[in-house]
Write a protein that binds this ligand. Sequence first.
Ligand code: MN
Length: 527
Amino acid sequence: MVTRLVLGSGAVCQALVDRAVESGRSLHVVTDDAGRTDTLRGDNRKVTERDPADPEELEAAQPSAEVVFVGSDDPSRNAAIARAARTVYPGAMIVAYTGYRPTDADRRRIERHADRLIDPGAATASRVLDVVSGETGERTRKLRRTLRAVDGPIAVVAHDNPDPDAIASALALARLAGVIGVDAQACYYGEITHQENRALVNLLDLDLRQLDADDPDHLEEFAGFALVDHSRAGVNDQLPEDLPIDVVVDHHPPRGPVDAEFVDIRSTVGATSTLLTEYFAEFGVEIDETVATALLYGIRIDTWDFSREVALSDFEAAGTLVPHADVGLLERVESPSISGDTLETVAGAIRNREQKGSILTSFVGELSDRDALAQAADRLLDMEGVTTTVVFGLLDGVVYVSARAQGSELDLGETLRLAYNRIGSAGGHTDMAGAQIPVGMLATADEDGEATNDAIESVLRDRFFDALRERPFELPNEYLSAVSEFEFPLRSEDGHEDLAPEGSIEAGSGVASDRTPSNGERDGGDE
Ligand SMILES: [Mn+2]
């Protein structure tokens, strides 16, 4: 059994412990914070009161561990704990939280001993909890181990007549294997017939091997096999049914038993390419332009340009890929329903988003095309848990606002009028509204009418939330809690409300809200 160890105490530790226990994982918490041990105690967890920064005490508390999370609120304390953990558990996967307001030096000291650093400012709440709850770390560790265990080249096989998602995933997994020193080749049976898919392969000059099932010896040279975008040998590929499979990465629910050393099937995401994009981040490998372009195309095709079966992680993956991808090349591959400019705007909106409850706001900076803003507001509305989107962008000295709502009781047109009519013009319907505000009208502008993006963003965001607050009688509870969360971004248990560094509101509020059963509220609100 994998031993999961949590060292330290604090709001993030508490959230992690609660979450892990909910999902049935057992944990061992070692902390010298006597005041915390009571709140940490409960089912499926052991709490030992010892100093985790002292190697001897740590070893006495827990002689061995596979996954270690370092999570106190204090950066220098986390550095000391990470060092002790590395001494006692040299082979463990160590995930360390930086704590609040880490200096660069703190960060470097923690990084020296940790495999992964969780930064409250950079990471989104869901990501932090996913990583610290150990799921992602363990998955990555196991994939690495499985690939490395293969003695010889691995064939990464796409399904027959592969589509862009299968092609990109095969290529990406082969690349990842290569990075950790394992020889691998992206392969497929059948034909790449679709004209756009051929164009993709040719324009990116993709290194794919076509396998020939009629040649009895064609698998001889491979020592291992991985399947992407499908999950069973002999089903939708021409491999022998009884061939031992090492790795499966897929997003389709399997129709029968899947037998492989490592299986990662997540049918909640829209594309296998999304999963591969995450592995690049988890492996700490920079995505090159070819792979990024192919993966982005894979996600777009499988989610119909983010309009169907799209999950939050698909958006996040696209947001990660766009800066690395050759978006112009994709426009030569096909005539997409979403232009390159729009895609950049949508990706920017995803990267800059802030979510308070179910309300998502984002400032995308300079626009090349007004229509892109409306499309961004539309597409972000498909994100899980989002019922309202408000997106801001700048064009020729005017700030444009596009807002969308779905399944909410909010009157967007009214809210935007209330928020922006005095400084610009605003209007629209309950579920779709917009506004235009000359930058010179914003109080933050100097004499030349110039204002920084940050200032514009905070003025517009504040006005929107102020307008929401002025109409409490129409707001369901969800919005009220979203608004108060916005004002008090982090409520740690010992009452410190000012611990969060600027820019960490997202992670802080996510951790706090994760402890309340917001799903129930949402379901109620939707009815
Ligand atoms: Mn797919």
